[in-house]
Write a protein that binds this ligand. Structure first.
Ligand SMILES: Cc1cc2nc3c(=O)[nH]c(=O)nc-3n(C[C@H](O)[C@H](O)[C@H](O)COP(=O)(O)OP(=O)(O)OC[C@H]3O[C@@H](n4cnc5c(N)ncnc54)[C@H](O)[C@@H]3O)c2cc1C
Length: 437
């Protein structure tokens, strides 16, 4: 990068789905932006492994409202981007999302109250409707979840799951990396810049404010504003900026395994399947190309949490893969489990209450969009918009810590109190404390 070109209004550390969205939303508002990423292309970090499920139900009203507003952007992706991408546009498969009613999730009473309060459509299904939609399903209860090696694993525990809620405004993005590339192209069309294969190694400061970033090749980039969107590396970047001091909510990298298995014989899950969240077997799933089923974990206590160094963790499958595959087979007894394990091993950037941090910091000009906790891919567009507005708000002289910004979610017609995502908040006890947010 030449000397005259290394000065920006905002440097964004990271070019994953949220980092790219922050770049796009700021460029749209006229800021001169640079997204720096140590990977060779956008969306190559944890975004590349995302299950990219789009759903509108969350355990809190702010989470639900944000997800529903973001849903409209996926629904109108090309219009939202207002730009071309030579690779084409990522597709939103709007299949709907079925959530089993269980004792563990309070039979969805809280979730249904949240969506009803925001006029989000949903339907109650009984067991007969569930089995009609997925004939391979067996509704026996298996809760509490166990590890494969535990006595009683895969043995029914009595009774049947007898209902679920279908949220029709939901589905998945089949190619999360392409969606990120789409955002990169959209940002570039508005004047945004991206720099790859470069690591940020320092965040210089003077008089209590950031002055830019230093790259691993010694290049200094100057900018009055720096945004941490480094995904599972978020805590490392916060430490680099010396911004951890006042944070009440912190972030850590959590290892996750996602299973891909062929659908059971006779099951056309690719064309007729949908997203399913099933707390009785502690799994969620969605259709995957090639008539596969992608199976993620809903993080039951018995599995424990493996927090890791994001630069040094095991990317091989473990018996977690097999446990998850067998949990899915509890619900689909005809599911064949291949000996060759397929899927992904990657990291969530988990916050203490599994709710993200979209905030300023104690350091002038330093902001963060982090702690996405395995559930913020879907909210990238609106997270980007919130960060762009927050930067304008704070750099314009307001103090978001003492005088919190509200953000208008126009299509949902909801004024979001952005302090719900503050680093200073108390742990939100309404959270599911899981990937469900
Ligand atoms: C297995 C899995 C399944 C998921 N499923 C879903 C789902 O179904 N639905 C949903 O909504 N969300 C889901 N998520 C969460 C979602 O994918 C993430 O919240 C989202 O992708 C995070 O995007 P990001 O831009 O914040 O981070 P990332 O994509 O991780 O990008 C951060 C970038 O920062 C870069 N970086 C880090 N440090 C530096 C440095 N020092 N210098 C330069 N660059 C740096 C990295 O190279 C990386 O590219 C899932 C996540 C995982 C891992």
């Amino acid at each position: 990068m030449s000397e005259e070109n290394n000065s920006f209004d905002v440097v964004i550390i990271g070019a994953g789905i949220i980092g790219a969205a922050v770049g796009f939303e700021l460029s749209k508002r006229g800021y001169k932006t640079l997204n720096v990423d140590k990977n060779p292309a956008s969306g190559y970090g944890s975004t590349s492994s995302s299950c990219a499920i789009i759903r509108v139900h969350y355990s809190t009203i702010p989470g639900t409202a944000l997800a529903y507003e973001s849903y409209y952007d996926w629904k109108n992706w090309a219009g939202y981007l207002d730009a071309e991408d030579e690779r084409g546009m990522a597709a939103f498969h709007e299949t709907g999302c079925l959530v089993m009613k269980t004792k563990q999730n309070g039979y969805l009473e809280n979730i249904c109250a949240n969506v009803a309060a925001l006029d989000i459509p949903f339907e109650h299904w009984d067991a007969a409707q569930i089995v009609e939609a997925i004939p391979a399903y067996d509704m026996k209860k298996y809760w509490p979840p166990k590890r494969m090696e535990d006595e009683g694993f895969a043995e029914p525990t009595g009774g049947e799951v007898d209902g679920a809620v279908m949220f029709p405004n939901a589905g998945y993005i089949s190619d999360p990396q392409l969606a990120t590339h789409n955002l990169q192209r959209a940002a570039e069309a508005k004047g945004g810049t991206f720099l790859f294969n470069k690591s940020v190694v320092a965040i210089p400061q003077s008089n209590g404010r950031v002055s830019g970033v230093e790259l691993d090749d010694g290049t200094m980039i100057s900018a009055p504003v720096v945004v941490n969107v480094a995904g599972p590396h978020s805590a490392i970047i916060n430490e680099m900026a010396d911004a951890l001091g006042d944070m009440n909510i912190k972030t850590k990298a959590l290892r996750q395994e996602v299973v891909h298995v062929p659908a059971a014989p006779g099951m056309d899950f690719e064309d007729n399947g949908f997203v399913i969240s099933d707390s009785d077997i502690a799994c969620y799933c969605r259709p995957e190309s090639g008539n596969h089923i992608l199976v993620g974990s809903e993080d039951p206590d018995c599995d424990g949490h493996t927090f890791v160094n994001p630069d040094d963790f095991n990317r091989d499958f473990s018996d977690q893969w097999t446990t998850q595959a067998h949990r899915m087979a509890q619900r689909i007894p005809s599911l064949g489990i291949p000996s060759k394990m397929r899927g992904v091993v990657d990291l969530y950037d988990v916050s203490d209450d599994w709710i993200p941090i979209y905030d300023k910091s104690s350091v002038g000009g330093y902001y963060m969009a982090i702690g996405s906790s395995g559930n913020q891919f879907k909210n990238a567009s609106q997270a980007g918009a919130i960060m762009a507005e927050l930067i304008g708000y704070c750099e314009g002289g307001r103090d978001h810590d003492t005088d919190p910004m509200t953000f208008e979610l126009k299509r949902v017609q909801h004024n979001l109190d952005v302090s719900a995502f503050s680093r200073l908040r108390e742990i939100n006890q309404d959270s599911s404390f899981s990937v469900l947010g």
